[in-house]
Design a protein around this ligand. Sequence first.
Ligand code: ZN
Length: 178
Amino acid sequence: MALMEIVEYPDKRLKQRSEPVEAVTDETRQLARDMAETMYHVGGIGLAAIQVGVPLRMLVCDVAPPEEPRCLLTLINPEILKSEGEVCSEEGCLSVPGSFEEVKRAARVTVRYLDLAGNAQSIEADGLLSICLQHEIDHLNGVLFIDRLSSLKRKLAVRRTQRHQQERDQQATLKQEA
Ligand code: ZN
């Protein structure tokens, strides 16, 4: 098991379209474990492979509240088959730290994917899971949640993230010097 480094805005890799996983192998399963460990370590509810620099169509998510048992889902080559309704809710992203904005998405989705054994599965999701899956599948297509905002809101979100990154990096430098 290994923690992986999270790719952050404005890294160009976040804009690229990820490639399908051709075969689910031990390597795929190891990557899924490392992604899950990284997601839990940073307290996220979802992580796409490109967010750790791997351009493959794969994501992990766990939207269970912290006090409840873990409920990890790994989706390989996920595809939205059906989406219904509309909701607006606040989102953040491990790759765009420090910014949270309301994003409009489908309320319910049906997603087809391969599981870690390489079997075809499908899941019907609503609520937080539906939003999380749409957010992560966007990553596989090179789309960030800030790309779904108006240009003004997007600019503000980018500025907040840049400020967050600067302050964090300054604190890290101070710690090193201390
Ligand atoms: Zn994200």
